[in-house]
Ligand binder design. Structure first.
Ligand SMILES: Nc1nc2c(ncn2[C@@H]2O[C@H](COP(=O)(O)OP(=O)(O)OP(=O)(O)O)[C@@H](O)[C@H]2O)c(=O)[nH]1
Ligand SMILES: [Mg+2]
Length: 464
């Protein structure tokens, strides 16, 4: 399969690039295109010759980086005959010594054999053009490379599996049937064929609109997982907020003393919990009356932090029933509105009857910041909350801004198509349906113009 728009924009020459970051212990040079084997053979010697009979097998040999250099450097090489390769073309990968100089010299020798340097993303662009992946999957490759946390990588991998493209293609198929029905009325207007009633056509159109709507709503879902969650640790003085910060970080970052009012100013740290990047802020304990102007300023800062928090760990002293009751009442009065909050009962080690703690009516965890008990449970609650808020359960996906725009345009076309179908204006209905199909085709790349592809693949690094 080759993507339909590809013919004009497809350059059928041979390209090469360094696929690994310069300076590492090993380097991989990838060559792709009809001349890949010839170009690799020009530098390769001393091992089994690379050929169709032994493709997809790693060979040990040497590479000659200058004409007449009969010694050369040791190198591993693998030939992958197209279409069974990443790009779908003939590909040779040379795995050689890394560092700054050796790969550059080998790459120059490969270029000297008549191969052109690959542009950013050109290997993946060729993979897309050769039908190895749809456009949403190609975009996910760039997301994966740019992922800075495990959760961002997981999100990209999910999209790489073709989730979004699959959904869009399925809707496109259904709409093609509707379009065929509509067009048959244009082609045979006089004949009384066995046509579906307009209501039945509209039911299919509406079903598609609903699905597009749901997909559009997933836009931005993954932002928390990709960019990190702003977590603020707040609560009454002496409840153990700084102790919790230290327990979460695994080292003594904040000063902890038995005196209420120890933390005066907000304290910020970056961390990663369960692969999710977190911007963590410890705050001064909140209390109503204080004569100390420094503490008053600290409390004002605590409130500012809470306002900008995406998630608050509200720490409560559970050491006694009366403390617990007071802490809980305080939480209710301090937090008006639907703050995203985890109620953290701390000092569990001091509570003889933790079963009697009052119900917090929000997600909660029971811990001892002192002994470390329950910290894992707190992270479980945290992880579930973030993944839930990201709408990223296994069946879900996150559409990008580009996808959302196209899906939105398709949805508007379908809304109009539905009106035209109801009025039995078949010409107009067909035109709206074609426009929707074209927008959906641009999501998966079945209908993508070269400019759009240039923009998408310019996000990639060279060598991918
Ligand atoms: N037994 C016990 N003591 C704890 C626990 N967590 C904190 N503490 C103690 O409680 C006191 C206050 O702890 P901090 O972490 O400074 O409390 P804080 O909420 O940051 O206090 P402020 O900064 O003053 O608002 C210290 O003496 C801690 O050792 C716990 O889980 N168990
Ligand atoms: Mg503190």
């Amino acid at each position: 399969m080759q993507n339909s728009h590809s013919v004009a924009s497809f350059r059928n020459d041979t390209i090469a690039a360094l696929c690994t970051a310069p300076g590492g212990a090993l380097a991989i040079i990838r060559i792709s295109g009809p001349g890949a084997l010839r170009a690799a053979s020009a530098v390769w010697h001393g091992g089994r010759s690379l050929s169709e009979e032994n493709d997809r097998v790693m060979h040990l040999g040497r590479v000659r980086t200058q004409p007449g250099d009969d010694c050369g450097e040791p190198c591993l090489a693998v030939y992958m005959k197209g279409p069974r390769s990443y790009t779908g073309e003939d590909v040779v990968e040379l795995h050689c010594h890394g560092g700054a100089f050796a790969p550059k010299r080998l790459l120059a020798a490969v270029f000297a054999s008549g191969v052109r340097p690959a542009e950013p993303g050109e290997f993946t662009r060729r993979a897309f053009l050769n039908g190895k992946m749809d456009l949403t999957q190609a975009e996910a490759v760039a997301d994966l490379i740019q992922a800075k946390s495990e959760s961002a990588a997981r999100l990209a991998e999910r999209q790489m599996s073709g989730l979004i493209g699959g959904k869009v293609r399925a809707e496109r198929e259904k709409l093609l049937h509707v379009l065929a029905e509509v067009e048959s009325r244009l082609d045979f207007p006089e004949e009384d064929l066995d046509w579906l009633p307009p209501a039945a056509l509209n039911a299919a159109v509406e079903e598609c609109m609903n699905l597009l709507e749901r997909m559009i709503r997933t836009r931005g879902n993954g932002a928390l997982l990709r960019d990190g969650v702003r977590v603020v640790i707040a609560g009454r003085p002496n409840s153990g907020k700084s102790s919790l910060l230290n327990a979460l970080l695994g080292y003594d970052r904040a000063i902890v003393t038995p005196m209420p009012g120890t933390t005066r100013d907000t304290l910020e740290e970056y961390a990663s919990f369960r692969g999710i990047p977190v911007h963590l802020t410890d705050t001064a304990g909140l209390r109503e009356a204080s004569d100390d102007p420094i503490e008053v300023m600290g409390i004002a800062r605590s409130r500012d932090s809470m306002r900008s928090a995406e998630l608050i760990f509200w720490v409560m002293d559970a050491s006694s029933a009366s403390e617990a009751e007071a802490a809980l009442n305080d939480m209710k009065s301090q937090l008006s509105g639907p703050a995203n909050l985890i109620a953290v009962w701390n000092k569990l080690d001091l509570n003889p009857a933790p079963g009697k703690l009052p119900d917090a009516a929000v997600p909660s965890a029971r811990i001892s910041a002192l002994t470390g008990e329950g910290i894992d449970g707190l992270l479980d609650v945290f992880e579930n909350l973030v993944w839930d808020r990201s709408g990223s359960s296994d069946s879900e996906c996150e559409v990008s801004a580009r996808h959302a725009e196209l899906l939105e345009s398709a949805r508007a076309d379908l809304k109009q198509a539905s009106l035209e179908i109801t009025g039995e204006f078949w010409e107009l209905a067909a035109s709206c349906l074609r426009s929707a199909l074209s927008a959906l085709g641009a999501v998966t790349g079945e209908e993508a113009n070269p400019d759009m592809l240039d923009e998408i693949f310019s996000r990639f690094c060279i060598g991918k």
